[in-house]
Design a protein around this ligand. Structure first.
Ligand code: FES
Length: 64
C-alpha cells in the first residue's frame, strides 16, 4: 500500500526504515532517499514510528 504519494513510498518501505532505526519522519524520508513534499503522510509515518509497525489504513493520502 502506498503511504506517501509524493515519493511513491509503500508501507513496507517506511516500516523497513523505522525498523532500521529512523526515529523521525525526516530520517524515514532520508532512509528512502527522498524528502517530504506535501507532508500529508507525516502523521502516518509518526504513527508507524510510535507503534513500530505499519499503520494499516490509517494514512492520510494512503491508497490500497
Ligand atoms: S504524501 Fe508524503 S510528502 Fe506528500
Amino acid at each position: 500500500m502506498i503511504i506517501c504519494l509524493c515519493n511513491a513510498l509503500s508501507d513496507r518501505q517506511l516500516a523497513d526504515a523505522v525498523e532500521k532505526g529512523a526515529h523521525r519522519p525526516r530520517e524515514v524520508y532520508a532512509a528512502c532517499n527522498c524528502q517530504a513534499q506535501c507532508g500529508t503522510c507525516t502523521r502516518t509515518i509518526l504513527t508507524m514510528i510510535r507503534d513500530g509497525k505499519p499503520a494499516s489504513g490509517a494514512g492520510q493520502g494512503a491508497l490500497s
